[in-house]
Design a protein around this ligand. Structure first.
Ligand SMILES: C[S@@+](CC[C@H](N)C(=O)[O-])C[C@H]1O[C@@H](n2cnc3c(N)ncnc32)[C@H](O)[C@@H]1O
Length: 268
């Protein structure tokens, strides 16, 4: 599949099929970053949900020269599985009805354990992406051991304190060369935005690429600048659609970060 800006519509349709809740521009953004990072062996998904994101990241990483990534998914299963039978998951009912088949909905409702979630996501990923996924799910980030990850995708948390607690807990789990992705940076979860700003001020996150809803960070400025420069040199990145973010010297003299011109991608 073409993951560049030339295939927004195709990516959009694929994302919908997977039931992933992200705009296609963010898939293009992730592709651009993954293409310009060193070998990725492990990824942690905070909020693994139906595994739509996991399936997509697995495909993107495979396509950018990082096959055989070991994924870890964290999800309390309160919105899915056991939760689908209770009121707490009600907010997601429309999404389930639109994205899942009847059989998927009923099998999802019977998931009670992280092992069952792992198998459910593995089967669905294989069926929808034709790419096997090496995955282990746990219910709570506190169950993670002291492994460090190359990529962390943060997609849960409503309150500022909750999100800050997650960032403070998980940044030490990111390798020095790793990338921390905050999802729903600007919409959907506005208090995740506030927490992310505070984390930047605390020196925990250094911006690389501002996508549409996802922002890609390094955990130190040196690594952020290496990835930014590599992306700016990448001939596949159309400079009209991805350009230097004015004002990035807020993060240090000469500091560069990249803004994705997602409106222009939509017009194109
Ligand atoms: C927005 S969904 C994730 C969507 C998914 N990343 C995707 O790309 O499609 C958020 C998920 O996080 C889970 N969740 C929320 N807070 C959590 C917490 N503190 N620990 C574990 N899981 C949590 C919910 O059960 C829900 O399934």
């Amino acid at each position: 599949m073409d993951y560049s800006y030339k295939n927004v519509k195709g990516i959009y349709e694929h994302v919908l099929k997977l039931g992933m809740l992200s705009p296609p521009e963010d898939i293009i953004a992730a592709w651009m970053v993954f293409k310009n990072t060193d070998q990725v062996d492990s990824m942690l998904e905070l909020g693994s949900y139906l595994g739509g994101g996991l399936g997509m990241f697995n495909q993107l990483l495979t396509a950018t020269g990082h096959p055989d990534v070991k994924f870890t998914g964290v999800d309390s299963l309160e919105f899915i599985g056991a939760g689908a039978r209770q009121s707490r998951g009600a907010w997601y009912t429309d999404h389930f009805n639109r994205c899942l088949s009847e059989h998927e909905r009923s099998s999802l409702a019977s998931l009670n354990t992280p092992q069952e979630a792992t198998e459910w996501i593995q089967e669905r990923t294989m069926r929808l992406t034709n790419t096997p996924i090496d995955l282990k799910c746990v219910l709570d980030e506190k169950e993670l051991d002291d492994q460090q990850y190359d990529i962390i995708h943060h997609d849960y948390g409503d309150s500022v304190e909750e999100n800050l607690t997650t960032i403070r807990h998980c940044i030490p789990k990111l390798k020095d060369t790793g990338i921390y992705i905050v999802d729903d940076w600007c919409t959907g979860a506005p208090l995740r935005t506030v927490a992310t700003v505070i984390a930047q001020q605390e020196g925990l996150l250094f911006p690389v690429l501002w996508g549409k809803n996802k922002v890609f960070y390094a955990k130190n400025p040196e690594r952020a600048q290496q990835v930014v420069l590599s992306m700016l040199r990448d001939p596949e990145n159309n400079p009209k659609l991805f350009k230097g973010m004015p004002g990035s010297d807020y993060f240090g003299t000469g500091y560069k970060s990249i803004r994705m011109h997602w409106q222009a991608i939509q017009w194109a």
